[in-house]
Structures are given as C-alpha cells and as structure tokens.
Design a protein around this ligand. Structure first.
Ligand code: NAD
Length: 486
C-alpha cells in the first residue's frame, strides 16, 4: 500500500501513528497516511512563519512567485490523470469528474500568477498639501487551510493559488477521509521549487484542525466544510481575532418556470442534484417548479433518474458513484426517512442500491415537498431531490429565499426579462440562468447567509490574502505642532 506522510518545512515525514484511508467503492484500505499531532501543527506553523518572514520566499518578488505558480500549474497539467485517479480512489467520485477538475485546476495557478505582480496600491489624493499618501497590499501571513472530502484538490487550490500569489505561506489540514491528494500536491509543490516551509500539510482528525485554528501563529483560516463546523471555527478564531473565510453548505433552489425548455431543464435538474452523488455544496437540492409544468417535468426527471448508471467510479460509463464514506451514507438514509415521515411522496429511489450495496444509495426523488419540511431546509449532501411546486414568480422568489443558506441558485426560463429580474432578487452568491453547476477561476464564488463569509476566485480573491497599509510621507520637512492631530 502506498504510504503518505505529513509535510513540514519541505520534507515528507512519517509519524508514529498512521491511519488507513478507504476506497469508498469497495470500502477497502488502499493507502496509509501519517496522523499529525498538536506538536506537528506547532512545528508546521513555525516553519510557515519562518518561510514567510525570512529566506527565499520572503525575498522573492511577486513576478518570481508568479513563475513558480506557472511551473506548478504545468506539473499539475502533466499529472492530471494520476491525480484524478488518486482522488477518485480516495473519495469515490467519478474519475471523469475528477479528471475534468484536475485538467482545469492549472488555470487557477496561471490566472493568479497573472495577478501576483498587479497587486497595485493607490496614491491617495491627499487633503493635506504637505503629505503624499499611498497604500500597499501586503501578504497577510500564515494561512491555515482546512478542507472537506468532496473535492479536496479543487477546494484547496481555490485558496492556495490566490494565497501563494499574494505571498502567504500555508499549513493545510485536509479531511481525514480524503487526505491523499493534498500530500500528492505537496510533492508537486516541492518539485516546482517552492522553498521549504511555504506549503505544509498536517493530516489528522478534527482535533488537528482545531489546533490549527487556535494557534496564535496563524493569521487567517481559510475553511471549506459544513456550516456547523464553520460556526465553531469562527468562534474559536475570534479569540485571537484570526481572520476567517468560510465556504459552507447550501440548500440551493433550482427554479423552473413554465416557459422553460423542459428537456433542457430536466437535464439541468438531474445534473444539479445527482452529479457527484449530490455531494457538492452547490447541489440543486430544492427543485422549484411552476404548477403548470410540474407533472410534465417530474415525469421527465423520474424517467432520467431511473436510467442513471451506478457503478465503479473508474468506469467511463458510470454516471453515479458511491457515497464518500459510511457516516455520509447513514446521514443520507436518515434524511430519506425524515422526508417520508414528513409526508413527502417518494417518486424514485429511497434506499441502498439492492444490486451494489456498500455505500451506493439510489438517486432519490421526493415530490409534494413543502419548504417548511426538514428535507427542504437542511443540507443532505447526497443524491436526494426535493420537488416543490410554486404558483408565480413572486412565490418562486419567496420560497427560494426562504432558507438560511445562500450559496447558489438557478433560473430556467426563455423569457430574458424574467431571467435577469429573478436572478437579481435571489439571495445567493452564484446564480445560473438556464445552466447548473458551472464554476470559473475568473468568477467570485461564495455564499450569502449561512453559506459562508468572503469570496474565492476572481480578481478580488487575492486581496483576501493581504492586509492594506497606508503610508503617509511628510513632504515639507518642517516641524509640526506635536499636540495637534495630523
Ligand atoms: P466538515 O465540516 O465535517 O469537515 C471539514 C474539515 O474540517 C475536515 O478537514 C475536518 O477534519 C475539519 N474539522 C471538523 N471539525 C473541526 C473543528 N472543530 N475545527 C477545525 N477543523 C475541523 O465537512 P465535511 O463533512 O468534510 O464536508 C461536507 C461539508 O462541506 C458540507 O456541508 C458541504 O456543503 C461543505 N462544502 C462547502 C463547499 C463550499 O465551497 N461552500 C464546498 C464543498 C463542501
């Protein structure tokens, strides 16, 4: 079995304790991973602090950092197939989905490399003739990144590309369920020539993450994961006023108006909830359908759901893989029970797949869902669709916004006026019109409400890894009244 260590100060280290990581497809162990300790977190943070404050990384120009980022992008491009195979083995998502991600991820490094040496400050028009005032955007410092299991590489690189471009250093705690791709990334960061201490990895359970959040040497925690965990992390980080960015859960509305192309919308609804076995933060788990086309759309969706092929994530013909881990499967099955008890009508699925067993749950469609039901309010993070009827545009917007989350939403209509009108009123960080589940390195991504704090991706993301400093330069050289402000 391949063995993976922690990465501290440019070296991969074995540790006393190791843990086996499981392949969700067959639930067999396939790699061993070193388990970090609180002491490892402390050493990693010290290494990241030292790399940030002195040595080659601290001395590099932004243009030199950009060259390293491009080299890393090239290495990932070269190894995309290998990284996709590893991640698919670790989290059970389809190889073709993971390959698509890893082939696209180099763009994050290229884009942020382009931004690195364009982090310009301003010369402020001064209200005092004897002062020139300018601003600098300085790197924030040491970033603790904590990531979930669903797309460990992608969700780390959302943070890493912008943070490295800004000049920060990192200590990463990947999910205990899917640590391997992060260690593989560390090996490639080393190969690209990043100086020791710039990128460190400490594997382990949530306690290792909590040690990172509480460490006084951390300047910012960049977290992706569950909303309840995000709240705990924000509260803990507040003790040291450590900055936080949070990418959390969702209960995203996918709204189909009667004038939509129903075949295209049905396809979008299926992609929105069943791609990646529903294990995406942006899953379109609430399908809001205008009454006039409710039955016609539901029939199409059930028919398409029935034909979804479950199986080996490595097989190109497979359309849906297993749940990523046992606790997640149990959570999905519990929510299916809750929906039944609440009176939702099961139209398809609803159980562990009888042929495949293991962690395979059937794609599941519930109709007659009311937005007050738990199945419509809480994140399942699995392949369970709730179909909710609505009467008109006002009611659709009211139901869509009646949620504590606000990560994503979609509108399906052929009326261009309605499309934009509704998009403007939806309280969500991303809105798709006649599409679902598209992301770009160039577009900000993040949530309203309990879906998170801050934005990743796009031109401004690099600013989230900087502090702004104002510098006042006295021009006259004359002494001033020491007891007067300014
Ligand atoms: P999780 O919150 O249980 O765990 C995420 C990470 O946090 C893991 O590495 C875990 O070890 C660590 N952790 C847990 N408790 C901690 C604590 N108290 N202090 C520090 N670290 C702690 O989430 P998960 O089950 O791995 O992932 C699923 C969740 O992630 C879903 O809610 C999903 O919506 C969310 N998610 C959000 C986005 C987004 O971009 N908004 C993307 C993917 C997943």
């Amino acid at each position: 079995m391949p063995a993976y260590g922690n990465w501290i100060n440019g070296r991969e280290e074995a540790s006393g304790a190791t843990c086996e990581t499981l392949n969700p497809y067959n639930q067999q162990p396939w790699a061993t991973v070193a388990q970090g300790t609180v002491q490892d977190v402390d050493r990693a943070v010290r290494a990241a602090r030292a790399a940030f404050e002195q040595g080659p990384w601290a001395a590099m120009t932004a243009t030199e950092r950009a060259a390293l980022l491009r080299r890393l992008g090239d290495i990932i491009k070269r190894d995309a197939q290998e990284l996709a195979r590893i991640e698919s083995t670790d989290n059970g998502k389809l190889y073709k989905e993971m390959l698509g991600q890893w082939q696209y991820l180099p763009e994050w490094f290229y884009y942020n490399a382009g931004l690195a040496d364009k982090l310009q400050g301003d010369v402020i028009p001064s209200d005092r003739p004897n002062f020139m005032i300018y601003t600098r955007h300085e790197p924030l410092g040491v970033v603790g990144a904590i990531t979930p299991w669903n797309s460990p590489g992608l969700l780390l690189i959302f943070k890493l590309a912008a943070g490295l471009a800004a000049g920060c250093t990192f200590v990463v705690k990947p999910s205990e369920h899917t640590p391997v791709s992060t260690v593989e990334l560390a090996r490639r960061i080393h190969e690209a020539g990043f100086p020791p201490g710039v990128f460190n990895v400490v594997n382990g359970p949530p306690e290792v993450g909590a040690a990172l959040v509480g460490h006084p040497g951390i300047d910012k925690i960049a977290f992706t994961g569950a909303t309840e965990t995000g709240k705990k992390i924000a509260a803990q980080a507040a003790r040291n006023l450590t900055r936080v960015s949070l990418e959390l859960g969702g209960k995203s509305p996918n709204i189909v108006f009667a004038d939509a192309d129903l075949d295209v919308a049905a396809n979008g609804a299926v992609a929105g909830i069943f791609a990646a076995t529903g294990q995406t933060c942006m899953a379109g788990s609430r399908l809001l359908v205008q009454q006039d086309v409710h039955d016609a759309l539901l029939d199409r969706i059930v028919e398409q759901t029935r034909s979804i092929k479950l199986g080996d994530p490595m097989d190109p013909a497979t359309q849906m893989g297993p749940c990523a881990n046992e606790p997640q499967l149990r959570k999905v099955l519990e929510y299916i029970d809750v929906a039944r008890q609440e009176g939702a009508s099961l139209k398809y699925g609803g159980q562990v797949d009888p042929a495949l067993g293991g962690l395979f749950v059937q794609p599941t469609v519930f109709a007659n869902v009311h937005n007050a039901m738990r199945i419509a309010r809480e994140e399942v993070f699995g392949p369970v669709l709730s179909v909710i009827p609505f009467k008109d545009e006002e009611e659709a917007i009211r139901i869509a916004n009646d949620t504590r989350f606000g990560l994503a939403a979609a509108v399906w209509t052929q009326n261009v006026h309605r499309a934009h009108r509704v998009a403007h009123r939806l309280r969500a960080g991303t809105v798709w019109i006649n599409a679902y589940r598209v992301v770009s390195f160039a577009a900000p991504f993040g949530g309203y409400g309990e879906s998170g704090l801050g934005r990743e991706n796009g031109v401004d993301a690099i600013r989230e890894f900087t502090e702004t400093k104002s510098v006042y330069v006295e021009l006259s050289g004359a002494p001033r009244d020491p007891f007067k402000l300014g």
